[in-house]
Design a binder for this molecule. Structure first.
Ligand SMILES: [Zn+2]
Length: 103
């Protein structure tokens, strides 16, 4: 057998080994990201009752942050900051969301 043929075969083996290494790394990266996505998704539980549950979490004159309630199921009261004559601004101390309410 010509040594040139063996050299080409060895080069091809090396190339494929390198490609497999690259694919292993990409597979690991994707698997890690899929695990992250699955974990994030498991923390976001919303269903048809989510809006009613949110409404129930807002007793009269107490304004629960909708972002915190829907995202993490936590009732954080938003405090009003007097704005101009036409609006009040409610701020969440937890997630820093603002909601502007027209008077
Ligand atoms: Zn919030």
């Amino acid at each position: 057998m010509f040594k040139e043929f063996l050299e080409v075969a060895q080069e091809e083996i090396n190339t494929i080994k390198q490609e497999n290494q690259t694919l292993d790394e990409e597979e690991h990266r994707i698997t890690t990201r899929l695990d992250e996505i699955s974990k994030i998704r498991s923390e976001f539980v919303i269903d048809n009752n989510s809006l009613n549950a949110y409404i129930s979490a807002c007793p009269s004159n107490r304004y629960t942050c909708p972002i915190c309630f829907i995202r993490i199921g936590t009732s954080i009261e938003m405090k009003p900051i007097p704005g101009d004559n036409d609006t009040d601004i409610f701020k969440c101390s937890h997630c820093s969301s603002f909601i502007e309410v027209k008077a």
